[in-house]
Design a protein around this ligand. Structure first.
Ligand code: ZN
Ligand code: ZN
Length: 210
């Protein structure tokens, strides 16, 4: 595994969160996460940044190590999402890149005021998304991860009773030998991350709340 491989699991640097847009390491592993998926691979020596304590200690050391030992091989499931079933990505117009909407400056809404009130309307230029299709010098489209093809935002895939956003599953479904262990919440209000593993690493993926 190398740094280029990890990049696809990071958020764009424009979101202003270094912990979500740069990989980091502890003594044994290197991690990348955008807050929806966390990938862990054996330590890559050139990644020396320390991650946030909450991720490297809690997620990395305790939870991943603990769970893996307890899961029977037969309980790791295939991910029924295949990249070939993706459709044209509307968020980036198939270009793979987006930029802040010039009309609303990335806010998704535009304000206008009368003498008495300030009104906010959904921005018609970007339909409330905050971004418009861009080009290669802009940021990678978060919907299709730069590939120009994705799944509709509301498409869901349920595995063993746990619901995931299909576009999120698609990010890990082509990892070599990938299997998922869906983790159900204790009740209808809790949505714990599920685990996945592949040849070369493992990680967490967040479910979709219904
Ligand atoms: Zn806009
Ligand atoms: Zn896109």
């Amino acid at each position: 595994m190398n740094v280029g491989f990890l990049r696809r699991f990071l958020a764009p640097s424009s979101i202003g969160r270094k912990d979500l847009s740069e990989p980091f390491s502890d003594e044994k592993h290197t991690y990348a996460t955008d807050g929806h998926i966390l990938v862990r691979v054996p330590r890559i020596p050139e990644i020396t940044a320390d991650g946030p304590e909450s991720l490297t200690s809690e997620l990395g050391k305790d939870r991943l190590a603990f769970f893996h030992d307890k899961i029977a091989e037969a309980d790791w499931l295939e991910i029924p999402v295949h990249p070939s079933s993706r459709i044209y990505c509307e968020d980036c117009d198939g270009s793979g890149f987006v930029k802040d909407c010039p009309e609303c400056a990335g806010e998704g809404g535009v304000e206008w005021e009368t003498a008495f009130h300030v009104y906010t309307n959904e921005c018609k230029t970007c339909e409330g998304e905050g971004t418009v299709p861009g080009q290669a010098s802009d940021q990678v489209c978060p919907a299709c991860f730069g590939e120009g093809r994705s799944y509709p935002f509301d498409k869901k895939t349920t595995i063993a009773g746990v619901c995931f956003a299909t576009r999120l599953l698609a990010r890990i479904s082509d990892l070599p030998g990938v299997k998922i262990f869906p983790v159900k919440g204790a009740d209808e209000y809790t949505f714990p991350p599920s685990l996945f593993k592949f040849s070369g690493g493992d990680g967490f993926i967040m479910p979709r709340k219904g």
